[in-house]
Design a protein around this ligand. Structure first.
Ligand code: HEM
Ligand code: HEM
Length: 123
């Protein structure tokens, strides 16, 4: 089913993006796969924005979707859109304010995605 495929890919991409937090510790320097995953961080973020969008369109098209999940899904995606816009427009990873905003938005997207998945599965 393409719907399940896109939601699974989006979840995996979100986890890959969050792995950037591990850059602060020594782990990626030792583990090769982690090193490559953190290097592809920005492309994964843009891909996630697209897979999340298409998953949302598809979910809305199939019998109108599950209503609570449509709301939490839109919320998660809009936060993700803000995160991407700020990350690309104000591109300055060396700046402490850029990093703080990036982390706050990333954690918000992650929490919203957990709420979204629970609302999709439970209701
Ligand atoms: C931000 C990225 C997103 C992630 C990581 C994500 C993830 C998921 C997951 C894991 C599920 C449960 C598995 C499934 O039923 O397929 C799900 C279901 C669902 N999602 Fe999302 N989602 C995202 C964005 C969206 C958006 C933007 C919408 C719509 C506006 C949306 C609407 C739905 C709906 C309605 C369901 C219920 C199942 C269905 O009707 O297909 N999601 N999502
Ligand atoms: C187009 C989108 C994105 C761009 C351009 C981008 C860019 C960056 C950059 C340049 C860094 C600095 C890390 C480094 O030194 O390599 C970073 C860190 C990080 N990003 Fe992103 N990112 C994007 C999307 C995302 C998404 C979607 C998430 C998760 C939801 C995310 C979560 C994080 C986290 C948690 C860090 C670690 C911050 C730290 O520990 O300092 N990013 N991002």
């Amino acid at each position: 089913m393409p719907g399940k495929f896109l939601s699974t890919i989006s979840t995996i991409l979100l986890i890959f993006c969050m792995l950037a937090l591990l850059k602060r510790c020594a782990l990626p320097k030792q583990r090769r796969p982690l090193k490559y995953l953190t290097r592809l961080h920005a492309p994964f973020g843009i891909l996630l924005l697209l897979t999340g969008l298409f998953h949302g369109i598809l979910a809305g098209n199939t019998d109108g979707g599950n209503a609570p999940a449509m709301i939490t899904g839109k919320l998660a995606w809009m936060l993700l859109l803000l995160l991407t816009i700020f990350a690309l427009l104000k591109w300055n990873p060396g700046n402490i304010r850029w990093r703080k905003l990036h982390i706050v938005l990333a954690v918000s997207v992650f929490i919203a995605a957990i709420f979204h998945t629970v609302s999709a599965v439970v209701f």
